[in-house]
Design a binder for this molecule. Structure first.
Ligand code: NDP
Ligand code: DXP
Ligand code: MN
Length: 385
């Protein structure tokens, strides 16, 4: 049995992970679950998989869970410090990193340092601290297996290829809900932006897809996962989301991975890697007559794409700054405190102001993350006056 920790088990990726695990009852033993605020959902999961530990963020929720779980074998943990200690103690065979945002960075680093293989969905951790995470993975000889559908596709396409023979990576983008929208972008409301055309996902990533910052973050994620430079990573809009990404080889071939728009597939790939196991799910029907279209993204309509390339080229603190600003602006937009078009505007302001901050150690990144959040929050406040 492979022991599995799931960070962010109550979210969209966390729930899909449990679905995959349920489909392979003799292969996986879930030893840790974690949630932020969803205590009822977490309780249900605890009763279902009976992990060694379950972690939640606030003392109030932890007390409630302890009460509900009295007599059970699961120990309830409260807050980040207890979660990190459990990750280090358990040293799970594999950790699914599926929290949203930079909050996932410390737990993911702790899992790497414990020697656990990482199934990485939490792209923000890689954007914030890609160089440090990759170095830690080398130091602790840990594999980081991408769950993000594009990077999972690239992982599959790159299998068996020599680095020198791959010219570039091409990330597919659905184009989000506003791909063909011709109205006033500043009038877009959260409910419209949350309606992703092809994937069912959490709220933050859904807004990122709507601004196409998701693709920008994925360019940075691809750089750190696969070691390609900004100029060797392209984005192509592909509204069907059937081709999950492509590589171009030096001899002019394109190689792609395609499949369903269901995250259970890349999760299964990561959980069972390096094996491939027969899918327990309904598989993709190639004969169903789908047209596949590919065309370049619109950088004027979606300025977040260029911001991400700028941050990647700047390196150092810039990706951390862009991510922190974006986390603040996305939440502010969801709370109706700023307009859709304020997201790239404030993100750019933060990147210009703080992107060149000097970084030597990981703690410098945490400091610049905090400072950016302060600056971005001030900009959000200004906007409300
Ligand atoms: N959903 C998808 O299809 C895809 C997601 N990803 C990436 O995977 C990650 C997770 O996405 P998704 O599952 O959609 O997100 P969700 O919002 O659905 O879930 C996020 C999870 O993280 C927990 N969480 C949120 N904030 C904190 C915090 N501050 N501290 C600790 N835990 C926290 C949530 O707990 P609670 O439920 O209690 O709030 C929940 O378990 C993101 O980085 C996203 O970009 C990548 C590709 C596809
Ligand atoms: C499922 C997944 O990996 C998401 O990142 C998805 O790709 C988002 O869709 P967009 O292509 O619209 O960003
Ligand atoms: Mn993706």
């Amino acid at each position: 049995m492979k022991t599995i920790s799931i960070l962010g088990s109550t979210g969209s990726i966390g729930r899909s992970t449990l679905k995959v695990i349920d489909a392979f009852p003799d292969r996986f033993d879930v030893v840790l679950l974690s949630a932020h605020r969803s205590r009822e959902k977490l309780l249900e999961q605890i009763r279902h998989v009976r992990p060694r530990y379950a972690a939640i963020s606030t003392p109030n929720d932890a007390a409630w869970l302890r009460d509900q779980c009295r007599g059970s074998r699961t120990e309830i943990l409260c807050g980040e410090a207890e979660l990190l200690a459990a990750i280090r103690e358990l040293r799970a065979d594999l950790t699914v990193s599926a929290m949203v945002g930079a909050a996932g960075l410390k737990p993911t680093m702790a899992a790497i340092e414990s020697g656990s293989t990482i199934a990485l969905a939490n792209k923000e951790a890689m954007v914030v601290a890609g160089a440090f995470m990759s170095q830690a993975a080398r130091d602790y000889q840990v594999d980081i297996l991408p769950v993000d559908s594009e990077h999972n596709a690239l992982h599959q396409c790159l299998r068996g290829e020599k680095r020198a023979e791959v010219k570039r990576l091409i990330l597919t983008a659905s184009g989000g809900p506003f791909r063909t929208y011709e109205g006033d972008m500043s009038a877009i409301q959260p409910q419209q932006a949350l309606k992703h055309p092809t994937w069912d996902m959490g709220r933050k990533i859904s807004i990122d897809s709507a601004t196409m910052m998701n693709k920008g973050l994925e360019v940075i994620e691809a750089h750190f996962l696969f070691g390609f430079a900004a100029d060797e990573i392209a984005i192509v809009v592909h509204p069907q989301s059937v081709v999950h990404s492509l590589i171009e080889t030096v001899d002019g071939s394109y190689k792609c991975q395609l499949g369903r728009t269901d995250m259970c597939d890349p999760i299964q790939y990561a959980l069972t890697w390096p094996q491939r196991l027969a899918s327990p799910f309904e598989t993709f029907d190639i004969t169903r007559g789908i047209d596949l279209h590919f065309y370049p993204p619109d950088p004027v309509k979606f300025p977040c794409i260029e911001l991400a390339y700028q941050a990647l080229r700047q390196e150092g603190a810039a990706p951390t700054v862009l991510n922190a600003a974006n986390e603040v602006t996305v939440q502010a937009f969801l709370d109706h405190r700023i307009l859709f078009t304020d997201i790239p505007r404030i993100n750019r302001m933060c990147l210009d102001q703080l992107g060149t901050t000097r970084i030597t150690v990981l703690d410098d990144l945490f400091a610049v993350d905090e400072e950016t959040r302060r600056v971005a929050a001030r900009q959000v406040q200004e906007q409300r006056r």
